[in-house]
Write a protein that binds this ligand. Structure first.
Ligand SMILES: NC(=O)c1ccc[n+]([C@@H]2O[C@H](COP(=O)([O-])OP(=O)(O)OC[C@H]3O[C@@H](n4cnc5c(N)ncnc54)[C@H](OP(=O)(O)O)[C@@H]3O)[C@@H](O)[C@H]2O)c1
Length: 257
């Protein structure tokens, strides 16, 4: 897709991948709507990008609230008349053994990471269908491809996002709309501080943002990992399940010691 003048909406744009992707889309000449709950952060980002000559709309939106999602869509359509690209990036972390996790928190995790993606996509789909073009980019995770101990519910939301995205990409095959899942590896951001992960194992957050922009620019679908090498772990899991499960068991026992 040509990004100059494209209308791009990004949820979870007040920090991390979303903020960095907003900067990259704006630099490429897109008109960007940044959405999240922390309005002060969005206004500061919008001001910064506008000073550099970009057109930016900042909208406070909690993706767990349907009324917020609807008003995000209405504000975008009022301002720009269409939406070419929707990046469903808003998400929260949820590490820990399920037995110790609060049920209220687990509900919020699912509402944010899964329902937020589904309902925001649903809200913007009619305008994309009417235009006969568009690209939905859903930021899932490698945890959406590998069942990881300590990430049972978080991983379940991300597995669901991967399945939702791929199925929707097939559903929309003849509509001119692409749906892509971007699956980042571990990266240090505000909500994911990665205190226990060695630095060499982390992927740079701006590299993830670059891939989010690239899948739109190059029409890539339905899925991409950042970096690419964890895709090999997926193949390992599918082709040799007993060996994969043995490896996870060894890793878990080491971690517990
Ligand atoms: N960092 C990693 O290691 C990693 C790896 C794989 C996948 N991911 C995924 O990448 C995405 C972005 O995460 P990040 O690493 O960039 O973390 P981050 O810096 O904490 O960004 C998360 C963003 O989501 C927004 N958000 C959270 N709850 C929201 C809600 N209810 N409504 C609207 N916005 C909400 C936050 O803004 P407000 O608080 O202002 O609402 C923030 O802008 C998430 O979906 C995450 O699951 C992260």
């Amino acid at each position: 897709m040509e990004l100059r003048d494209a209308v791009v909406v990004i949820t979870g744009a007040s920090s991390g991948f979303g903020e960095l992707a907003a900067v990259r889309f704006a630099r490429a000449g897109a008109r960007v709507t940044v959405a999240a709950r922390r309005e002060d952060r969005l206004l500061e980002l919008a001001e910064r990008l506008e000073r550099a000559g970009s057109t930016v709309l900042a909208v406070r939106c909690d993706v767990t609230e349907r009324s917020d999602i609807d008003s995000l869509r209405d504000r975008v359509l009022d301002a720009f008349g269409r939406c070419d690209v929707l990046v469903n990036n808003a998400g929260i972390a949820g590490a820990g053994p399920v037995e110790h996790q609060d049920p209220g928190f687990l509900e919020r995790l699912i509402r944010t990471n899964l329902l937020g993606v589904v309902l925001t996509t649903k809200a913007f789909l009619p305008t994309m269908l009417e235009a006969g073009r568009g690209h939905v980019v859903n930021v899932a995770s490698i945890a959406g491809r590998l069942a990881t101990p300590g990430l049972a519910v978080y991983g379940a939301t991300k597995h669901a996002v991967v399945a939702f995205s791929e199925a929707l990409n097939y559903e929309l095959a003849s509509s001119g709309i692409l749906v892509t899942t971007v699956n980042p590896w571990l990266s240090k951001t505000e909500g994911f501080p990665q205190h226990q992960t060695p630095r060499w194992l982390l992927v740079d957050a701006d590299r993830v943002a670059r891939v989010i922009v690239d899948v739109v620019r190059k029409d890539i679908a339905p899925e991409i990992s950042v970096p690419r090498w964890p895709s090999a772990l997926q193949a390992f899991r599918v082709l040799t399940p007993p060996l994969y499960r043995w490896g996870v068991g060894v890793a878990v026992r080491r971690f517990r010691r």
